[in-house]
Design a protein around this ligand. Structure first.
Ligand code: MF3
Ligand code: CO
Ligand code: CO
Length: 259
């Protein structure tokens, strides 16, 4: 495993890419309403990234992925392909955005509840999954191990009687979209890679109300829960600093957590 430690110049470029990723999620919120299709959301994000940000949507043509963002609805875990599906009130939707600016990637996702009011169970899943991500992020500092992070996320989510998807994980990120290390959202404290300043990676837990098992649909991308239970995911790109971390894809609405 070769984990790239970013230098100051690379870190500055990661900050820029991270801010752009965050800005796409901030921009798209008002468009996530009943009646719009996920394909239309993709077009809005694509045009914003390309025309306004002068950046590149990393998913487009990545290993053959056909669209510029991922949209994962209700029981879809991740990598949903935007299309003709119309949103309806109470749906829960993950929008996952990755932009490339000046060769560097910023990767982030959040849950939207269509109509801003969902079933109690759906709202709770979205909130707890975000908290699970924060539990992991809060541990990031030199000396913490990846096992510490995975363990804490798993303990938290399973403690709420949810399950953690194991087939997909967070990842190192930089000039390369998915690089070492793999950042598992489960595991054993005290094991695995020891974090050092200058590392950049994502934390992106996928949490199911039901069983953890996933299934890949015949489109070759969309991952769903086998038992069709609801699934949620949140993602940030994080930099390890000398005394902690910076969340490179932080949005203003998260002030309450990050201060
Ligand atoms: N953004 C996803 C991640 O968090 C990866 C999407 S790959 C794609 O790692 F090809 F599906 F876009
Ligand atoms: Co990612
Ligand atoms: Co992502």
């Amino acid at each position: 495993m070769s984990v790239h430690i970013k230098n100051d110049d690379e870190i500055e470029k990661m900050r820029v890419a991270g801010r752009l990723g965050a800005a796409v999620l901030e921009m798209i919120g008002e468009h996530v309403v009943a009646g719009i299709t996920t394909g239309e959301l993709d077009t809005i994000c694509h045009n914003y990234i390309v025309d306004v940000q002068k950046a590149i949507p990393a998913p487009l043509n990545y290993r053959g992925f056909p669209k510029s963002i991922c949209t994962s609805l209700n029981h879809q875990i991740c990598h949903g392909i935007p299309g003709e599906k119309k949103l309806k009130n109470g749906d829960i939707l993950n929008i996952d955005v990755t932009v490339i600016k000046d060769e560097f990637h910023g990767d982030t996702s959040k849950m939207f509840i269509v109509g801003d009011k969902g079933a109690v169970a759906a709202e709770r899943l979205c909130r707890i999954t975000q908290e699970a991500m924060y539990v992991g992020i809060d541990l990031v500092r030199p000396g913490t191990t990846l096992g510490d992070i995975g363990h804490a996320i798993q303990q938290f989510a399973e403690g709420q009687n949810y399950s953690i998807v194991r087939e997909y994980c967070g990842h190192g990120i930089g000039r390369v979209f998915h690089e070492d290390p793999q950042v598992l959202h489960y595991g054993d404290a005290g094991t695995g890679l020891v974090l050092e300043a200058g590392m950049t990676f994502t934390i992106e837990p996928m949490v199911n109300i039901g069983k953890r098992d996933s299934k890949l649909l015949p489109d070759g991308w969309t991952v769903v829960t086998r038992d069709h239970s609801l699934s949620a995911q949140w993602e940030h790109t994080i930099l390890v600093t000398a005394d902690g971390h910076d969340v490179l894809t932080r949005r203003d609405e998260e002030m309450a957590h990050f201060g």
